[in-house]
Write a protein that binds this ligand. Structure first.
Ligand SMILES: C[S@@+](CC[C@H](N)C(=O)[O-])C[C@H]1O[C@@H](n2cnc3c(N)ncnc32)[C@H](O)[C@@H]1O
Length: 274
């Protein structure tokens, strides 16, 4: 928790530099002495959090297979793809008829994915959008100002792993509306959140608390809004229903320590159907 607080205090650009330097010795060591791992970025470039990049990508794919109608020929949209953790897993699932689109605000992630994934898998497209997120990218443009640059009713599956946990509530509402437009009828959206029913739930885990309270949401850090957001479950489900989504399933995560670690993922997983 203390390390996380220090990390949030750093200016955005410095966060990337610190990560690169911190992992430089291990990246040099791996580069020289380990067999080259295809499609795994150096640790210092993985700005999306800790954990096993490959294994977590495979977990994401398993969730998509379990909870959505994804097939090898699906058209999928990965909003906030980071540095391609889920995309890498999808390279061995989608076939030549499958289409992958992703967009993100971090140029280094887009560059790595284009160089390493699109070069081999031409049906994978990674785009950069210049919108502000105070954890990841500084810009004059707000996420609420963008329109998703895809045809309406185009995608079979849209997913966001650990993205709506880092955006502001009004931005999330705007993205959900855009997502609804680009989804085909009867298609699925999988998105992860921190959702709470009671105020005590957001303070239950002493290493992962949301002390700053606002109407319908709580923040981990009041100065870095993109750090982590928890949303009142009743409010979000109401918004989702108003947009037109059917709420198919909510799989509670163990972040608040109210659900078992064995069966659940850290974040809450929400499955929506258009
Ligand atoms: C924790 S990372 C998760 C990345 C990826 N989904 C994964 O699971 O590996 C959150 C990502 O959301 C992206 N992001 C934040 N705000 C965004 C926005 N408004 N539009 C698109 N991506 C955004 C960040 O740049 C970052 O790559």
């Amino acid at each position: 928790m203390r390390l996380r607080k220090i990390y949030y205090k750093l200016p955005i650009k410095l966060r990337y530099v610190v990560r690169r330097l911190y992992y430089l010795p291990i990246d040099i060591w791996t580069g020289i002495f380990s067999a080259k791992q295809e499609l795994i970025p150096p640790k210092g470039k993985i700005f999306i959090g800790s954990g096993d990049f490959y294994k977590q990508g495979q977990n994401h794919l398993e969730y998509l297979k379990k909870y959505t109608n994804i097939t090898p020929s699906s058209k999928v949209l990965d909003v906030g793809f980071g540095i391609g953790r889920t995309a890498v897993a999808l390279t061995s699932f989608l076939d030549k008829n499958g289409v992958y689109y992703g967009f993100d605000v971090v140029a280094s992630g887009v560059d790595w994915c284009k160089k390493n994934i699109t070069k081999k898998f031409s049906n994978f497209t990674f785009d950069l959008v210049d919108v502000n997120n105070d954890l990841y990218h500084s810009s004059q443009n707000s996420a609420e100002s963008i329109r998703f640059d895809y045809k309406n009713n185009f995608f079979d599956v849209v997913f966001l792993f650990s993205v709506f946990t880092h955006m502001e509530l009004t931005e999330i509402e705007h993205y959900l509306k855009e997502i609804y437009n680009v989804m085909k009828p009867n298609s699925y959206c999988l998105a992860t959140f921190f959702l709470y029913d009671s105020d005590s739930e957001v303070m239950n885990n002493k290493d992962f608390q949301f002390p700053f309270k606002y109407t319908n949401y709580r923040l981990m850090d009041a100065k870095v809004k993109g750090a982590n957001i928890a949303i009142k479950q009743e409010y979000l489900l109401d918004v989702i229903g108003q947009i037109g989504f059917e709420n198919k399933k909510l799989i509670k995560g163990y972040w608040s320590m109210t659900h078992s670690k064995d069966e659940n993922d850290f974040q809450d997983i929400l499955i929506l159907r258009k």
